[in-house]
Write a protein that binds this ligand. Structure first.
Ligand code: B12
Length: 215
């Protein structure tokens, strides 16, 4: 049952079927399938397959747009189930997609799941400049800065943000975690980030461990 619904959701994304995505998400929550499982096992996989079709020239930009919209509609249904109520506030996270990059589905999932785990999340949105990250750290004094990038050409912005935080004397005040398909643990080490998360679930667990260790 669970496998079939996740499969249906993945297929609906691959087929750019917005109504099908909504229907499968509703079925998933009704069947009690955890929302994070829908995301990690169906949404992410479905979008990956859409990306592969785009690379092979089977899908065009307009198709990517529809896939993005379909997932946004599905996430509206899944999101309330990612939040847990009454949890203690763990800490503050400033999060954003780096400059030049408009991809926000993964960043939004990470933000929602961090919120659900008890973090106060300040979401700076997409196309966020290093200056805007620095400004937000000054203003909100977060424990953690989270960055997302989906382009090989925009991931270099992450290093610029870290450099800008250093120049502003703020780097040692925050932990930095990065995510997004093209980044890796090695890249995080190379640019001086504190961690890389392969998905939002791992991101939440790393952020939680930082706060709990610091207590
Ligand atoms: C949907 C999509 C779009 C949508 C975006 C909608 C939106 N609102 O985000 C639209 C249509 C707008 C789009 C536009 C473009 N796209 Co696009 N897009 C995709 C696609 C199919 C899926 C991306 C996605 O949402 N994945 C699903 C999410 C859930 O995964 P994720 O982001 O990796 O996030 C997870 C983890 O990485 C992690 N995570 C992510 N961030 C963070 C942050 C923190 C702090 C933490 C803890 C965790 C974390 O948690 C998430 C959940 O577990 C990918 C293909 C792919 N395989 O990635 C191409 C892709 C990224 N796009 C691509 C391209 C080329 C473009 C365009 C340039 C197309 C064009 N010619 O104009 C434009 C660029 C616009 C811009 N300036 O940014 C290329 C990038 C190529 C490259 N190597 O750099 C890809 C790889 C497609 C391809 N195979 O060619 N795109």
């Amino acid at each position: 049952m669970e496998r079939e619904i996740l499969e249906e959701l993945r297929e609906a994304i691959v087929n750019l079927d917005v109504e099908g995505v909504k229907k499968a998400c509703k079925e998933a929550v009704d069947a009690g399938i955890p929302a994070y499982k829908c995301v990690s096992e169906a949404v992410a996989k479905g979008l990956e397959m859409v990306g592969e079709k785009y690379e092979r020239g089977e899908y065009f930009l307009a198709d990517l747009v529809v896939a993005g919209e379909a997932v946004k509609e599905g996430m509206k249904i899944l999101e309330p189930y990612m939040k847990t109520s009454g949890v203690e506030v763990l800490g503050k996270v400033v999060i954003g997609t780096v400059r030049g990059d408009m991809h926000d589905i993964g960043k939004n999932i990470a933000a929602t799941m961090l919120g659900g785990a008890g973090f106060e999340v300040i979401d700076l949105g997409v196309d966020v400049s290093p200056e805007a990250f620095v400004e937000a750290v000054r203003k909100y004094r977060p424990h953690i800065v989270g960055m997302s990038a989906l382009f090989t050409t925009t991931m270099i912005e992450m290093e610029k943000v870290i450099k800008a935080l250093e120049d502003a004397g703020l780097r040692n005040k925050v932990k930095v975690i990065i995510g997004g398909a093209p980044v890796s643990r090695e890249y995080a080490e190379k640019i001086g980030a504190d961690a890389y998360a392969r998905d939002a679930v791992e991101g939440v667990s790393i952020c939680k461990s930082w706060i709990l260790e610091g207590r």
